[in-house]
Ligand binder design. Structure first.
Ligand SMILES: *Cc1c(COP(=O)(O)O)cnc(C)c1O
Length: 425
């Protein structure tokens, strides 16, 4: 495929490149296994001496085509699909952290990621410190320890809609010799490509805008190929010293810029196996083919809805970075000049019960756990996705108890606003 194609073209044509006589549309390789002519050929695959497919738990051609499209969209050297966004974020960190290690994370993040990092990964012996992403470089830098291996944040946080200062975070990470991992789910590579601002690894819950139709749970990890693991070899022995489970192969020496992605596939996928099904990868690819058309419509609609909410006297507050005067407006102008996403956080005047009653009266906007798909939907995180969190953790995660997360879809905006209006009345 030609280099330097625009994102719109990559959405439609990236990834699958059929040869003569092959299907024009990405086929679903519904096969767990792949054929070889000799035992020797197969043995070389197991030793990572040859590349090729042998078992779908490690790699599958349908998945790889979709991963290649996403890698091209993000401007990375390689990518790996995972079964969910949770698996993507877990692998992204676990690929470079082991028991006894530590990482630093912006506190305003998705509730599921918060639980994964704060509870489950702690049980594996990996410690995390949450920081206020809006704090100064010195304050955030103070959270680093000698055993810190990564810095993590979300481009636009779910559900609090904070915008990450990616360049600042990259500076902090790099000055401590660790990579910056950015969850780019809400912005998508249509609206922000974190690698252009210094991020090293990008993750997504492809379940959201990338799929876009709420049909398939999935995730992806993309590597920029830019982080120099060898320059910090003592911090990343998993990449820079021999892997006994592959006869003493060293990832950085054998795979160069592909070291991180190869380890994630060859080691984590082999052992933990959170692969995306080829069926789901096919659905994800269909979604990606229109991502560049859907994102601008989400953003236009959300901007109009946010302005309408802001002007409404029943509304206590609105957080949408496209609103002038918003705390994140300047950061959004820098990192998201073409628009941010369709998700708005707001609170109503009145009690928590009033908020629930408002949501129950919506007709077009459904109450669903999901966010960021074609249909307008709504959720009360404190009662739903974040109900595991204490009041204190809620505030740390930027989730006010009255916060309503409105995910504006791609319907006609007048119908969306009419629905909000009747429910408020
Ligand atoms: C939904 C979400 C996740 C988790 O993804 P799943 O596909 O639901 O596992 C991670 N990060 C962000 C920002 C999300 O919105």
């Amino acid at each position: 495929m030609e280099k330097n194609l625009k994102p719109e073209t990559l959405c439609v044509q990236g990834g699958w490149q059929p040869k003569k006589g092959e299907p024009r549309v990405l086929p679903i390789y519904q096969s767990t296994t792949f054929k070889y002519d000799t035992s020797e050929q197969m043995a070389r695959l197991f030793d990572l001496e040859d590349s090729g497919y042998f078992y779908t738990r490690l790699q599958n051609p349908t998945n790889d085509a979709v991963a290649a499209k996403i890698a091209a969209l993000e401007g990375g050297v390689g990518a790996m699909l995972t079964s969910s966004g949770q698996a993507a974020n877990f692998y992204a960190i676990f690929n470079i952290c082991q028991a006894g290690d530590h990482f630093v994370c912006a506190s305003a993040i998705y509730g599921g990621t918060f639980n994964l990092f704060a509870v489950t990964m702690k049980k594996l012996g990996i410690d995390v410190t949450f920081v206020d992403a809006d704090a100064t470089e010195e304050e955030i830098g103070a959270a680093f320890r000698p055993n810190t291996k990564a810095l993590f944040g979300e481009t636009i946080s779910n559900p609090s809609c904070a915008v990450l200062d990616i360049e600042k975070f990259a500076r902090i990470a790099h000055s401590h010799g660790v990579p910056l991992v950015v969850d780019n789910t809400f912005a998508t590579p249509i609206n922000c490509r974190p690698f252009e601002w210094g991020a090293d690894i990008v993750t997504h819950s492809t379940t959201k805008y990338m799929d876009g139709h709420a049909t398939a749970v999935g995730g992806v990890i993309v590597d920029s190929g830019n982080f120099d693991w060898e320059a910090h070899a003592d911090k990343f022995p998993g990449l820079t010293t021999p892997d006994e489970s592959y006869h003493g192969l060293t990832y950085t020496k054998a795979f160069g810029k592909m070291a991180y992605m190869t380890k994630a596939t060859a080691q984590l996928m082999r052992d933990l196996g959170s692969i995306q099904s080829p069926q789901n990868a096919f659905l994800l690819n269909l979604g990606l083919e229109t991502l560049h058309l859907r994102m601008p419509q989400h953003c236009r609609n959300a901007q109009a809805v946010a302005e309408w909410l802001e002007a409404n006297d029943k509304v206590a507050w609105v957080n949408y970075c496209g609103l002038k005067g918003n705390k994140y407006y300047d950061l959004a102008q820098k990192y998201l000049p073409g628009g941010s996403c369709g998700v708005i956080a707001f609170g109503l005047k009145g009690t928590r019960e009033d908020a629930i009653r408002f949501m129950d009266n919506l007709k077009l906007a459904c109450i669903v756990t999901h966010v960021a798909d074609a249909r307008t939907c709504v959720l009360h995180p404190a009662s739903h996705t974040h109900r595991q969190l204490t009041e204190e953790q809620l505030i740390e995660a930027g989730v006010a108890p009255d916060l309503i997360r409105l995910s504006v879809g791609i319907e006609h905006v007048e119908d969306i606003i009419a629905d909000l209006k009747q429910a408020m009345e």
